[in-house]
Design a protein around this ligand. Structure first.
Ligand code: HEC
Ligand code: HEC
Ligand code: HEC
Ligand code: HEC
Ligand code: HEC
Length: 378
């Protein structure tokens, strides 16, 4: 009996051992970036951490077939799943690093396809791409130089890995587009399209979403700043991105006009579950007068009715704000001197109507998030 228990325990242990987590080594030398990453959606993109992704997957027809095609973008670091060696299952990779440090830092280039783009990964071990304008084009391997008969040593590069600064996709943001550009369903209908306008403006996916903030990027030297790795519109402080959306007000003959200037080079909130809103109230002599809320949304459907992404074959409505667009919204409320107009621009991660259908009740996902807010005193 005792032998059996030991045997069972041992076999339980052996089935529990997975390939070592890739990110663990990075943590030792890049602790700030490592801990920021824990709050990013890239560390929570699996069904085991993202309740929204799970809710949609649970209804998806591929689930019954056991065919988790979402893996190439949502969990590329679960290598056994990607190569077909194992099925989708709860494991530490799914829970902590579905899109690991390596998954991004080994993207060599992007292949363009109509259905979805494809990431082409570099297979060389411990060889990472990065961007640094001052070292652009260089490939750095670890070097230790001894001076004064070995009394002083000067090191350059990383003692753990090579760094390649010559990949242009890390300078213009193209490395994000294997997963983020567009997605078609089985009917060749575009479910999601960021309609990116790559242009000569200085801002890129990386400069806006991974701005340089305080703190060194590596323990071994003090670089003062590092590229923010906590990318998430679920939990992140909206002030990091709000400066890219400009709100302004002008009075017209019969009311006023609010302009929303989108400086991003992509459609705002293209993910089909989102609902983007402009909310306006007028404060007059201590009273608050609410004014009609404006929705910006793309509704996809079938037979004239809204439908789930895998069913949809037509666009029923599209009022999303496009790349670099300035959208004007007119209001027929005459403003008086002394009025304050309070304007809020924000989003629901999941449109409340869709949340109901998907039975999502998690408050952290169903609340309205204000991206930017401005008060105009008349
Ligand atoms: C033993 C320490 C060590 C470990 C472990 C380590 N790194 Fe590094 N890494 C460094 C050092 C030091 C530098 C800076 C080299 C320089 O500036 O010359 C660096 C630089 C980098 C850069 C480029 C920074 C730039 O200049 O743009 C990237 C990307 C990177 N590391 C990723 C990783 C990833 C991913 C892992 C885990 C797989 C990892 N590192 C593990 C020490 C380490
Ligand atoms: C081509 C890459 C790609 C594939 C394949 C893919 N997704 Fe995604 N998915 C994304 C990206 C990128 C986002 C983030 C989009 C955004 O925020 O604009 C996303 C976001 C989502 C979201 C919103 C999550 C949230 O927390 O708001 C859901 C739900 C989702 N995907 C479901 C699925 C399902 C289910 C599958 C498989 C049947 C799938 N996706 C396959 C790239 C992909
Ligand atoms: C979503 C893709 C993505 C993921 C995931 C990711 N990185 Fe990065 N990382 C980048 C990009 C892009 C840059 C280049 C930023 C720039 O232009 O300076 C970068 C820059 C860096 C740098 C240099 C920082 C600097 O200030 O220039 C280090 C070090 C680094 N990453 C380490 C890591 C580690 C460690 C992890 C995992 C905990 C990780 N990265 C996960 C995309 C990613
Ligand atoms: C390997 C695929 C992959 C790459 C590469 C990638 N992403 Fe993502 N990203 C995703 C997926 C999948 C999600 C959705 C995760 C979810 O909500 O479950 C996501 C989510 C996001 C979000 C939305 C976060 C949220 O809270 O919904 C932003 C913003 C984002 N990524 C920006 C970037 C940028 C910028 C880059 C390039 C530096 C990048 N991503 C590279 C797959 C990727
Ligand atoms: C000028 C700055 C800017 C640039 C450049 C930019 N973005 Fe954005 N992005 C934003 C803003 C602002 C938002 C909305 C902010 C929010 O949701 O918190 C956003 C939102 C997003 C989202 C979340 C959308 C959703 O519905 O979940 C994703 C994903 C994203 N961006 C990816 C990218 C990618 C990929 C690129 C490169 C092609 C890029 N961004 C370039 C500013 C920018």
């Amino acid at each position: 009996m005792k032998k059996w228990i030991t045997f069972l325990m041992l076999s339980a242990v052996s089935t529990q051992t997975y390939a070592a987590l890739e990110n663990t080594t990075c943590k030792k030398c890049h602790p700030i970036i490592f801990s920021e990453y824990q709050n990013s959606m890239h560390s929570k993109a699996s069904i085991f951490k993202d309740t929204v992704h799970k809710a949609v997957w649970d209804k998806h027809p591929d689930k019954r077939k056991g065919n988790y095609k979402c893996a190439k973008c949502h969990t590329p670091s679960d290598h056994n799943l990607i190569s077909g060696k194992s099925k989708l299952a709860d494991n530490p990779i799914q829970r902590t690093e579905p899109i690991s440090c390596q998954a991004c830092h080994t993207i060599k280039n992007i292949e363009k396809h109509a259905k979805t783009n494809k990431n082409i990964y570099n297979q060389k071990k411990k060889y990472f791409f990065s961007a640094d304008i001052k070292r652009k084009g260089k490939k750095i391997t670890f070097k230790e130089e001894r001076h004064l008969f070995g009394l002083f040593t000067k090191t350059s590069g990383s003692p753990y890995h090579d760094i390649d600064y010559s990949n242009k996709n890390f300078y213009d943001g193209t490395m994000c587009l294997g997963c983020h550009d567009h997605k078609q369903n089985g009917k060749a209908f575009s479910v999601c399209n960021m309609q990116i306008k790559q242009d000569a403006s200085k801002e890129t996916c990386i400069s806006c979403h991974m701005p340089k903030i305080k703190g060194t990027f590596v323990n071994l030297k003090n670089t003062h700043t590092h590229a923010f790795h906590g990318i998430s519109i679920h939990t992140m402080d909206p002030s990091l991105l709000s400066k890219h959306i400009k709100l302004s007000l002008t009075q017209t003959d019969n009311g006023f006009d609010i302009a929303i200037q989108n400086k991003a080079n992509h459609t705002l909130f293209a993910q089909p579950l989102r609902l983007n809103q402009l909310r306006v109230t007028v404060e007059r002599k201590g009273e608050t007068i609410p004014i009609e809320t404006k929705n910006f949304i793309r509704i996809i459907g079938k037979d004239g009715k809204p439908a789930m992404p895998w069913m949809a074959d037509t666009v029923l409505k599209d009022t999303l704000i496009k790349a670099h667009e300035t959208r004007h919204v007119n209001y027929k409320t005459t403003l008086l001197k002394g009025d304050s107009v309070v304007v809020e621009f924000g989003y629901y991660l999941v449109n409340p109507k869709a949340a109901k259908k998907l039975k999502i009740t998690d408050k952290s996902v169903t609340k309205f998030i204000v991206l930017t807010k401005k008060r105009f005193n008349i």
